[in-house]
Ligand binder design. Structure first.
Ligand code: PTJ
Length: 243
């Protein structure tokens, strides 16, 4: 039981959700470690959506709205923390949702699919084929989903697949609290924000963005700006701590 008046209530509730999901076999044991790394970066960023992250989230909405065949790629941590938010984003964008795992077992794919479906997500199904140029199981994907999409959202990704997807000509939107990661550097657009804060902001922007604004947001994408802004935010917070 986490008391509601605990100053870090939200962070502790999220951590508990990851721990529960790991016990149920939804989150990989390695995903618990990945979550801890995210928590550390979130602390440095101030546990808030920064101005530049909000712009990245708006830009992600623009990319979704202009996509012909968007896909949201979901792993264990994403399903455990944000199944409902994925359902909302799917409704707002019409994107396909495909389960793609690094620590892949058929059992985990089934459990994650069931969890997403319980929250109203329509999960793309079919024959998984080794279609991406990767030596691990993230290569397995659906021909009608990730393989042929034009825009893909990859929350909590690893750098390898992010680079492979970019090299295939796809527009890759990453959500990663670590602005120094290979994923953050190789995505077309990186949202340096916590997953459960980022997703509702993307969904919210989908309902009010219109033609010219969408085009301008996409024309102006400068991923280095988003990464530099996040690093500056962290440096500012560290400097404040020295005062
Ligand atoms: O479910 P699986 O088998 O596909 O495995 C998923 C994990 C997350 C274990 C796998 O993709 C992995 O190992 O990821 P990495 O390489 O550790 O990268 C995860 C990144 O996500 C790290 O840079 C973390 O800082 C970041 N991160 C962790 N939690 C959050 C986050 N970013 C945003 N929001 C979070 N809640």
């Amino acid at each position: 039981m986490i008391p509601r008046d605990h100053p870090r209530y939200r962070s502790l509730v999220i951590r508990e959700r990851i721990a529960d999901a790991a016990l149920k076999g939804i989150v990989a044991m390695e995903g618990v470690g990945a979550h801890g790394r995210g928590e550390a970066f979130d602390y440095l960023i101030g546990e808030k959506t920064t101005e530049s992250a909000l712009l990245a989230e708006k830009t992600a909405a623009a990319l979704f709205l202009s996509a012909k065949k968007p896909v949201i790629s979901v792993n264990g941590n994403t399903a455990a923390l944000a199944a409902q938010e994925i359902a909302d984003l799917q409704e707002a964008t019409g994107a396909a949702v495909e389960v793609n795992l690094f620590h892949r077992t058929e059992k985990r794919v089934e459990k994650i699919t069931a969890l997403l479906e319980e929250e109203g997500v329509e999960v793309l199904k079919g024959k998984f084929e080794r279609l991406l140029p990767l030596s691990h199981d993230r290569a397995l994907c659906l021909r009608d989903g990730i393989y042929t999409c034009d825009v893909i959202l990859v929350p909590l990704e690893d750098g390898d697949r992010c680079s492979a997807l970019s090299a295939m000509g796809k527009t890759v939107i990453a959500i990663d609290l670590n602005p120094l990661s290979r994923t953050a550097k190789s995505a077309s657009l990186t949202i340096v924000d916590e997953l459960t804060r980022a997703l509702p902001n993307i969904t919210g922007s989908c309902s009010h963005l219109k033609g010219e604004e969408i085009e301008k947001l996409i024309r102006d994408i400068d991923n280095k700006y988003f990464l530099r802004s996040a690093v500056k935010e962290i440096m500012g917070n560290l400097a404040d701590a020295m005062d």
